[in-house]
Design a protein around this ligand. Structure first.
Ligand SMILES: Cc1ncc(C[n+]2csc(CCOP(=O)(O)OP(=O)(O)O)c2C)c(N)n1
Ligand SMILES: [Mg+2]
Length: 293
């Protein structure tokens, strides 16, 4: 059977990611899809330190490190600069965390997508500000412990629902929007390939489990990423020129299967798990409706 995941590696051994880092796998698959003729911008996040210290790098393609809010502005400039030099065959992408995307970088992202540059923006979603010690972001899910939503006696876990940035990108009519995760590498590779084939702005949100931030065994990264899809907590979808398609997992899992492997949800009571179940079902129904329209 032909391999659907390209064999070439553009991420080299010797990076500094934690054991079991979902974001490291996300980068690996994205670069396989993008290939050697690519330029990458990374804002402040775990991935700004994972490649290693200058003059070493674990990335085989050039990388521009940008201020926290500026990844989308940076790829806009990179794209236009390369095009001005006749290098239209280069792929330009950003690889940014959820904090840098859902919060501080959101206006820059929206503006770059509206200007219509031929770029891919990848949001690797580990659901908190991990590089600075697990602070809550707009993409942190309801119920999660973080250092800024501490549990303790007052049980101040995150009370607000996750902001789904990919949904916002669809609302903005971005030509290609997808969600993906590392437990489905063929699906992820295909989505990167589709993004690459479209001229214009593209956005992919990749759920990237984080062992130290979510408190789980580093051997379980792929398992948790798969449970997120099977429990419908993180639906996989794709929107291409307005046509929306939702992946329906053949095997389903309960929300508790997903939550119980992660210490960040260890404090939740039955009624709180039920609230999560309700929100997940409600979102799933609205995605199904989107597909039928
Ligand atoms: C303007 C600004 N504020 C704060 C910081 C500190 N900072 C660096 S990385 C980071 C967290 C990034 O979180 P996220 O984007 O989710 O990426 P992750 O660390 O989770 O990979 C923060 C707050 C900064 N570099 N610049
Ligand atoms: Mg993060």
């Amino acid at each position: 059977m032909p391999l659907s995941i390209p064999r070439e590696e553009y991420m080299l051994p010797g990076h500094t990611a934690c054991a079991g880092c979902g974001a490291a796998l996300s980068m690996r698959y994205v670069l396989k899809g993008m290939g050697p003729k690519s330029a990458l911008a990374i804002p402040a996040c775990c991935w700004s330190i994972i490649p290693g210290e200058f003059p070493y790098t674990a990335l085989k393609i050039p990388m521009l490190q940008t201020p926290f809010a500026a990844a989308a502005a940076a790829i806009s400039g990179l794209r236009e600069g390369l095009d001005a030099q006749g290098k239209e065959d280069y792929n330009v992408l950003a690889f940014a965390g959820d904090g840098g995307t859902a919060d501080i970088g959101l206006q820059g992202l929206s503006a770059a997508m509206e200007r219509g540059h031929n770029v891919l923006y990848v949001m690797y979603d580990n659901e908190a500000y991990m590089n600075t010690g697990i602070q809550r972001s707009g993409s942190t899910p309801f119920g999660a412990w973080t250092t800024t939503t501490p549990v303790g006696l007052k049980r101040n876990y995150k009370r607000e629902n996750k902001k789904f940035v990919a949904d916002l990108m669809i609302a903005q009519n971005v030509p290609y929007v997808a969600t993906a995760t590392i437990a489905y590498p063929e699906d992820l590779s295909r989505k990167v390939a589709v993004a690459k084939s479209i001229k214009g702005p593209k956005f992919i949100q990749i759920l990237s489990p984080c062992p130290p931030g979510w408190f789980f065994n580093s051997a379980d990264t792929v398992k948790i990423s798969r449970l997120a899809v099977e429990s419908k907590v993180f639906p996989l979808y794709e929107s291409k020129n307005g046509k929306f398609a939702l992946y329906k997992p053949a095997k389903t899992a309960s929300i508790s299967d997903y939550l119980s492997l992660q210490g960040r949800f260890g404090h939740l009571r039955e009624e709180e798990v039920r609230l999560i179940e309700e929100a997940v079902e409600k979102r799933w129904s609205s995605l199904l409706e989107k597909e039928q329209n």
